[in-house]
Ligand binder design. Structure first.
Ligand SMILES: [Zn+2]
Length: 234
């Protein structure tokens, strides 16, 4: 009877969270390249939920320490306090059971860094009846899937793909181009290393980067040589 009574109780107009099977939660996914305003869109949504009286929390990966450890900060400097964690499964225990049960909305920024994103979204939305809004990169600089953000698309109520502005021509940018020769997938950096580009400039940019790598490689092999127009190594 206790659980039945709980399942019909409300809390300030919203159905209170915490008990299983009480209310259906929601999963919303915001994806796109770097500099597309994903964090800004997430913050706007979280702030709106907070202003309407909902209990909200923001989580980001502790891998991302580009701006501040205990804040989510957008590229244009807007801030919001957050929990910086190595994984999502530890959040509930670290946040505290009571506080967790009172939560209505959870925002997750830089979600591509969380390997346990899928299970966390299932627990939060399906079992605990909360809203979870996830923002992250869908692809890496080689346009391959990045982390587990795409895995939660089948769980989602909505998926929003944002675009940036191509740094070279100003058209809509869908991809992130890495300007350096680093090849690690997880190279956390900003505009010094990455730029948003349109399809045309992504294709051209990769060619330019590849050919400059080849030339540098050839020069390394021919130390002391004054030859120009060095042949490609590949
Ligand atoms: Zn372009």
């Amino acid at each position: 009877m206790e659980s039945l009574r709980n399942s019909f109780s409300t809390d300030g107009g919203a159905v209170s969270a915490g008990s299983p099977h009480r209310v259906a939660g929601e999963v919303h996914v915001i994806i796109g390249p770097m500099f597309a305003g994903k964090t800004t869109a997430l913050l706007r949504r979280i702030k709106a939920e907070s202003s309407s009286g909902r209990n909200v929390v923001m989580i980001k990966s502790s891998k991302d320490t580009r701006y501040a450890v205990d804040s989510v900060v957008t590229h244009d400097g807007a801030k919001f306090p957050c929990w910086a964690l190595p994984d999502l499964s530890s959040f509930r225990q670290k946040f505290g059971e009571d506080a967790y049960n009172k939560l209505d909305v959870i925002g997750v920024d830089e979600a591509q860094f969380f390997d346990d994103l899928y299970d966390f979204c299932c627990d939060v939305a399906d079992k605990d009846g909360k809203i979870i809004i996830v923002a992250g990169l869908d692809g890496d600089y080689l346009r391959r899937r990045f982390g587990s953000v795409l895995d939660v698309v089948p769980l989602a109520d909505t998926v929003t793909k944002l675009t940036a502005r191509c740094e070279l021509c100003g058209k809509r940018a869908f991809f992130t181009l890495r300007k350096t020769e680093e090849t690690r997938t997880e190279l956390i950096a900003g505009a010094d290393v990455y730029m948003p580009v349109c399809r045309h400039h992504y294709a051209n940019g990769q060619e330019v980067i590849q050919s400059s790598k080849n030339i540098l490689g050839s020069r390394a092999l021919r130390t002391g040589s004054n030859l120009e127009a060095l042949p490609s190594l590949i």
